[in-house]
Design a protein around this ligand. Structure first.
Ligand SMILES: NC(=O)c1ccc[n+]([C@@H]2O[C@H](COP(=O)([O-])OP(=O)(O)OC[C@H]3O[C@@H](n4cnc5c(N)ncnc54)[C@H](O)[C@@H]3O)[C@@H](O)[C@H]2O)c1
Length: 265
């Protein structure tokens, strides 16, 4: 156990994983607990959040859980109240939840667009709405918004709603960083690139690539550092931004992509 986040209370959205292995959220929630944080882990999927919580408990960490759809105002408000009841404060807000729905304007329905925007963008508005006053009252805090390199670069295929949503996440990050800086609340975004997480294995990989091995080979080949990142790369970036080691850093887009965005500027 480390102590980089000793006694900090983290409100963590999307602490589970969509499949077996380590997603960004699951790895970051566990990494924060390993550094001494008290983690309030929430997820829409009760089994997924319980799996992460069981790992933290087994390792001797501190965790409480909630089942919550972060796109729903009443559920977010209740989760924030439950976190405050359990731990009495909130030092770090990690907005990890995000979904992708590939396609352009002609492919997607209005309902698909609205759903993605509610989960990827409105959720951050809602958590910030309820947690910023808590952080201001406490004299500061750190907000981490998980964005994507899709906010600034093409992924090589059309995913108009995802790219637009992550662009909005970056803009919200800058707005909050600027306006809450004087109140000692920092707000930063993490922009993961191609990551080898359960998320990328969840789709119909065989139909697109022929095999999982071929998908991994093709995606690895695109990355200047030689291979995709994984959930732990996002996790360590998250620990840094949550900790006081980053106390003079706010409003940034921390790119975690093995150099892939260097190829086209
Ligand atoms: N994995 C990648 O390759 C990659 C690349 C770039 C950016 N990202 C970003 O990373 C973040 C998530 O990464 P991950 O690996 O943890 O993904 P993940 O899909 O495994 O998601 C983590 C959890 O979010 C939960 N969730 C989904 N919708 C929810 C909702 N409405 N309310 C509460 N919980 C909900 C899921 O149940 C899951 O357990 C997203 O913001 C994603 O856009 C991922």
């Amino acid at each position: 156990m480390g102590d980089r986040l000793r006694d900090k209370v983290v409100f963590f959205s999307g602490a589970g994983s969509v499949g077996p292995g380590w997603g960004n959220g699951k790895a970051a929630a566990v990494a924060m607990a390993r550094e001494g944080a008290k983690v309030f882990a929430l997820d829409i999927n009760p089994d997924a959040v319980e799996e992460t919580a069981a790992i933290i408990r087994t390792e001797g960490g501190t965790v409480e859980t909630a089942v919550c759809d972060v796109s729903k105002a009443d559920q977010v408000e209740a989760a924030v109240a439950a976190c405050l009841k359990a731990f009495g404060r909130i030092d770090v807000l990690d907005n990890n939840v995000g979904i992708i729905d590939p396609g352009g304007p002609e492919d997607l329905t209005e309902a698909q667009w609205d759903r993605l925007m509610a989960i990827n963008v409105k959720s951050i508005f809602l958590t910030c709405k309820h947690i910023l006053p808590v952080m201001v009252r406490q004299g500061g805090g750190s907000i981490i918004n998980v964005s994507s390199i899709a906010s600034t670069h093409s992924l090589g295929y059309s995913c108009v709603s995802y790219s637009a949503s992550k662009g909005a996440v970056n803009a919200m990050t800058r707005d909050i960083a600027l306006n809450y800086g004087p109140k000692r609340v920092r707000c930063n975004a993490i922009l993961p690139g191609l990551m080898n997480t359960p998320l990328i294995h969840a789709g119909n990989v065989t139909a697109v690539y022929g095999s999982v091995e071929e998908m991994v080979r093709q995606r690895d080949a695109l990355v200047p550092l030689g291979k995709m990142g994984d959930g732990w790369d996002v996790a360590w970036a998250s620990v840094f931004l949550a900790s006081d080691e980053s106390k003079h850093i706010t409003g940034i887009e921390l790119v975690v992509d093995g150099g892939i965005t260097l190829k086209v500027k």
